[in-house]
Structures are given as structure tokens and as C-alpha cells.
Design a protein around this ligand. Structure first.
Ligand SMILES: [Cu+2]
Length: 119
């Protein structure tokens, strides 16, 4: 009985270990991304969701994009480049003017009048 319990415990800890090793490559990270509203949130989260990125969530109040990523699959640099290319300034890279101009009018976070509307 003792042996049975011991092997059961061993088996359980082994499967826990296996489950952990499947997720071990995911790191938590954050990026500051400018934006104003729920539409911005959708575009930012979609842009950030490159292969290897999981649970990308942007908060319009804090301007913080939280995500998990697999560093073997994707780099922080490619994530902020993708977000900037979608029209949103990040802490490391500003969005190209053309991408910014393509944003919906209510999303133009560089415009003081738009920001005032969202307060
Ligand atoms: Cu918006």
C-alpha cells in the first residue's frame, strides 16, 4: 500500500511537471500603447496577437497592453512593430503617420479634441 501511494505521488508530480513544461516558455510582459476607446482596444489586441502571443489585453484607462509570449516564437520588437503599424504609438516606436491617419476619427489619440471627448 505504501508502495502504491509512493508511485501514485510520483506519477502525479510527474504529470504536473509535464504540464508545466508545456507552458514554461511563456513570459509575461507589458507595453505602453497610446489609444482612446474600445475600438482602439480591438485593433491593438488584434495587431499584438502574433503567433506566439497569448492573452493580449489592452486597457484604455492605463494604456497598458498586457500579454504572454513565447520568446522562441516571437520577439517584443516584432510585437511593438506590429502594434505601431496598426496605427498606435508604443513606448518604443511611434506609428507611421499614414497608419495613424487611417484610424477612425474617434480614435485619433494625438488630437487633443478627441482626448477631451473621452474624458
Ligand atoms: Cu478608438
Amino acid at each position: 500500500m505504501k508502495n502504491f501511494l509512493a508511485s501514485l505521488i510520483l506519477l502525479l508530480s510527474f504529470s504536473t511537471l509535464m504540464a508545466q513544461s508545456e507552458q514554461v516558455n511563456l513570459s509575461d510582459s507589458v507595453l505602453v500603447v497610446n489609444g482612446v476607446c474600445g475600438m482602439c482596444q480591438q485593433v491593438i489586441e488584434k495587431a499584438a496577437a502574433l503567433p506566439g502571443v497569448e492573452q493580449a489585453q489592452w486597457n484604455k484607462d492605463t494604456k497598458i497592453l498586457k500579454f504572454k509570449y513565447n520568446a522562441e516564437q516571437v520577439s517584443i520588437e516584432s510585437i511593438y512593430k506590429a502594434v505601431a503599424a496598426s496605427g498606435y504609438d508604443t513606448e518604443f516606436l511611434a506609428a507611421p503617420e499614414e497608419a495613424y491617419q487611417n484610424l477612425h476619427d474617434c480614435c485619433k489619440y494625438r488630437d487633443p479634441a478627441v482626448l477631451k471627448d473621452h474624458q
